[in-house]
Design a protein around this ligand. Structure first.
Ligand code: AMP
Length: 335
């Protein structure tokens, strides 16, 4: 994830919740099903903003959100891309394994250019998925739990891994890299409060994981519902309503049919429906608010967690880069 500050519900439903599930998944014998590594993609921020002075603050805000949501630093190293130099090295090599035409076809890039009204693209932004491929493959990731917008990037990662493996077989390992598979959740694209296709900080349509119940209620009051349901008793269409899409995620399966039915028949007005939705979201966030207090009170602990994670990540990255150089015959010394 890029450190763009405090996280919103889209980050949670699309990625973070999935990360934590993978982190905590056990095999029948009680051992962990996966090793998990969580990256703070600070270099990636440069693609859309050169305001690097705020990156550290955003990193800490985001890390506290991760920890509050259940990322366990004992299990999962958390680290910044810029502090593990191998990311940049592998990116350089991978840049030569893909064409610019392939990168220009990336639908996520097209969407970003449109949403942010960008009139020109820098070289690094075009290469964003190539750096992301390095981020994933340095740790030999098999599974990448991401939101839907990131699927094209995982596909590019697979293509790069295939190209590397076939072109640079390793004398002992055979293939250096796995071909990672994406893992998306049911809510891999959470819509924004304004009804736009994606909840996103840059679109200003978010509910934050750090919002209090009062803040959530206030934001929810402005959420877009079915525009044809004007008066309280008008029948509504849950399938087009932003608030109902949140109910589907945050309201229990037992309560959901009554909300759908009430909306369709007109017996449930939008004001009450929004109040119930705010309560359901607040209930989900409550334990995170509780946990974040401990981390906010102890900045030294958060710094230490990051420092430890970076040490652990460097060790893994160094080993992978040694294998890459061996496979490529770089740095060989011949008698
Ligand atoms: P980003 O902040 O763009 O680096 O996104 C970090 C992660 O959150 C990625 O896996 C995204 O797919 C996911 N994500 C961001 N916004 C949303 C959203 N509105 N719905 C679902 N997933 C999202």
């Amino acid at each position: 994830m890029r450190p763009t500050g405090r996280l919103h519900l889209g980050h949670y439903t699309g990625a973070l919740e999935n990360w934590i599930e993978q982190q905590n998944l056990l095999q029948p014998d009680g051992s962990r099903a996966y090793e998990t590594h969580f990256l703070i993609a600070d270099y990636h921020n440069l693609t859309t903003s050169l305001d690097t002075g705020s990156i550290y603050g955003h990193t800490i805000d985001m890390l506290i959100d991760w920890l509050a949501a259940g990322v366990d630093p004992g299990k999962s190293p958390v680290f910044r891309q810029s502090q593990v130099k191998e990311h940049a090295e592998l990116f350089l090599i991978f840049s030569n394994l893909i064409t610019t035409a392939r990168l220009e076809r990336n639908p996520t890039l097209k969407e970003q250019v449109r949403d942010l009204n960008m009139d020109a693209l820098c070289y690094g932004h075009l290469g964003y998925p190539v750096l992301q491929a390095a981020d994933i493959l340095l740790y030999k990731g098999n599974i990448v739990p991401v939101g839907e917008d990131q699927l094209p990037h995982v596909e590019i990662t697979r293509e790069i891994a295939r190209k590397f493996n076939s072109h640079f077989p390793h004398q002992i390992l055979g293939e250096v890299f796995p071909e990672p598979a994406p893992k998306i959740t049911k809510f891999s694209r959470l819509v924004g409060l304004d009804g736009k296709a994606k909840m996103s900080k840059s679109l200003g349509n978010t509910i934050l994981l750090s919002d209090t119940p009062d803040e959530i209620s206030a934001k929810m009051r402005n959420a877009v519902t079915d525009t044809l349901k004007v008066r309280r008793n008008d029948p509504g269409r849950p399938e087009v309503c932003t608030v109902y899409s949140y109910h589907r995620k945050f309201t229990s399966a037992e309560e959901l049919p009554a909300i759908e039915e009430g909306c369709r028949s007109g017996s449930l007005g939008c004001v009450d429906c929004k109040r119930m939705c705010s309560a359901a979201i607040s209930a989900e966030i409550a334990p995170m608010l509780e946990r974040r207090r401990d981390y906010e009170a102890d900045p030294e602990l958060v710094r230490q967690i990051l420092h430890d994670g970076e040490e652990r990540a460097r060790k893994i990255a160094r080993q992978t880069m040694a294998e890459v150089r061996e496979a490529m015959h770089l740095g060989e010394v011949r008698a």
